[in-house]
Design a protein around this ligand. Structure first.
Ligand code: GDP
Length: 419
């Protein structure tokens, strides 16, 4: 059978890092944009009184960008990749999340059903705690049973969101800014519109966890029909979970798999029309979340990945789960960069352009003012020169006239004297 290797290593160059570094870059760029806008705002406000150089709407435009850029920065720093898990109760949503996190973070199993939205995200200071909508103060969570207990204590509405903060350094997905959301089973007669509006509009990926022992249910399909009316081409993965149960009937394995695959492909391509048949095949997996979680917990205790009593075909199923994780990481990273950064980077460019244009206009007007003043000065100078010349000319004329007059008078006087 296939050889299993630990998958901790390849995670370090996972596609999630692309999102993480894109996030860092766009945040750095916005720090620069913000500095530029603030500096410009200070400058235009200082020259505000000079109507000839700057106009009121220009001052308002630049000043207005200060708070707008700050708001974008705020959104950008909080941005993450979000995946929401759906499916009927007990199909294994919590188990899938735990397997991906390599830890028993969420309560799962008999006696526990998730009756609200549970969002797992990274906490920075090594703390683990939960926060509900009703009581925003941190409630310490030491263990899964602790969490299960805390959830039972709360009177929770199915539409409510409980945020579970788990140390970032414990799970690579959390370290890389992935947020995982578990939902109440879609068989609990939910208000789908409210669910989608409140929890799904910013989701990058949806994972439908179905039971490989049964077929896609109408309730499961309806949910995604609703989703695709509100989001254009949502990214949907379909996990046929509990595939280990099929190990006991190897003679039907391929047949069951082919049948489930065909139906799931039809659902994604013909009903929802969210992807091509080729893409759809890369979105459908047959796995056992329970086995993967068990194996990973064992590996962390220092035991071999595939030790313990596991059903026939475990290595293949394990590899398929890894395959799912790889495709999932590629997809969520790409989608999140596209949906979360594309608009903002365009907007950032627009802001920078607008501010630059204002500054260029101001500069141009200032140049014009300068030229006008110089021209005026020249005009005055020219006039002065002219006048001076005139005066000089006149003076010369006068002198000549006076000279003539004097000569004339002298002549007349001497004539008179000698006659
Ligand atoms: P959820 O209600 O969808 O969150 O389902 P849970 O994750 O709580 O799982 C319900 C039960 O199914 C638990 O007892 C799990 O241990 C079990 N389970 C989950 N995944 C698998 C699997 O792949 N194989 C088997 N045999 N059992 C599973």
């Amino acid at each position: 059978g296939p050889v299993l290797s630990s998958d901790m290593k390849y995670k370090d160059c996972s596609p999630l890092q692309t999102f993480v570094s894109a996030k860092r870059k766009i945040n750095d760029i916005f720090v620069e944009i913000s500095d530029f806008v603030q500096e410009t705002a200070k400058y235009v406000e200082a020259i505000d009184r000079d109507e000839k150089i700057i106009h009121k709407p220009e001052v308002e435009l630049v000043s207005g960008y200060v708070s707008k850029v700050r708001a974008i920065q705020d959104i950008l720093s909080r941005n993450h990749m979000k995946v929401v898990f759906f499916g009927r109760t007990s199909n294994g949503k919590s188990s899938v999340i735990n397997a991906m996190l390599r830890d028993k973070v969420l309560p799962s199993g008999i006696g526990h059903t998730t009756n609200c939205f549970l969002q797992v995200e990274g906490s920075d200071n090594g703390e683990s705690y939960l926060v509900t909508e009703a009581s925003p103060e941190k409630q310490n969570v030491k263990s899964v049973s602790n969490l299960a207990h805390a959830l039972c204590e709360e009177k929770l509405n199915e539409n409510e969101l409980v945020r579970v903060f788990w140390p970032r350094d414990k799970c690579l997905l959390l370290r890389d800014d992935v947020v995982l959301v578990d939902s109440p089973g879609i068989d609990v007669t939910p208000n789908l519109d409210d669910w989608i509006d409140k929890h799904c509009l910013d989701a990058d990926v949806f994972v439908l966890v179905v039971n490989a022992e049964s077929t896609l249910m109408v309730t499961e399909k309806n949910f995604f029909h609703k989703v695709s009316t509100k989001l254009s081409k949502p990214n949907i993965f379909i996990l046929n979970n509990r595939w280990d149960a099929s190990a006991s009937e190897p003679e039907f394995l391929e047949q069951v798999r082919a049948q489930h695959t065909e139906r799931a492909v039809d659902f994604l391509t013909k009903e929802l029309k969210v992807c091509s048949a080729k893409e759809a095949k890369e979105r459908i997996f047959f796995v056992s979340a329970k086995e993967v979680l068990q194996a990973r917990l064992q590996e962390q205790k220092g035991q071999q990945l595939h030790s313990g009593a596991l059903a026939e075909g475990f290595p293949t199923r394990y590899l398929e789960f890894q395959g799912f994780e790889e495709k999932f990481e590629e997809c969520i990273s790409k989608s999140a960069i596209q949906t979360k950064f594309h608009q903002h980077s365009k907007r950032g460019k627009l802001v920078a352009d607008d501010v630059k244009n204002v500054m260029e206009t101001v500069h141009e007007r200032a140049q014009q003012q300068k030229t006008e003043l110089m021209n005026k000065k020249k005009e005055v100078n020219d006039k002065l020169n002219h006048t001076e010349q005139q005066v000089q000319l006149i003076t010369i004329e006068m002198k000549k006239k006076i000279h003539h007059m004097v000569e004339d008078v002298e002549e007349k006087v001497s004539k008179a004297l000698y006659e």
